[in-house]
Design a protein. Structure first.
Length: 59
């Protein structure tokens, strides 16, 4: 991983942390559903991050 990629990934998680701090209570059923999918497909967060953290990528 290049330093620019690391910076972009770190930025993505920084924005997620900020959103979490300002969000209402979490939806337990949605959280469980996401956990089930990540358990079945462990690479999903990496793939999502790779597709959403680069300039010009989908938001």
């Amino acid at each position: 991983m290049q330093s620019e990629e690391q910076r972009l990934i770190d930025g993505l998680f920084s924005r997620l942390k900020e959103a979490e701090a300002h969000s209402a209570s979490r939806d337990a059923s949605a959280e469980e559903r996401i956990a089930q999918h990540v358990s079945a497909q462990p690479a999903a967060p990496l793939l999502y991050g790779a597709n959403h953290s680069y300039p010009g990528s989908r938001d």
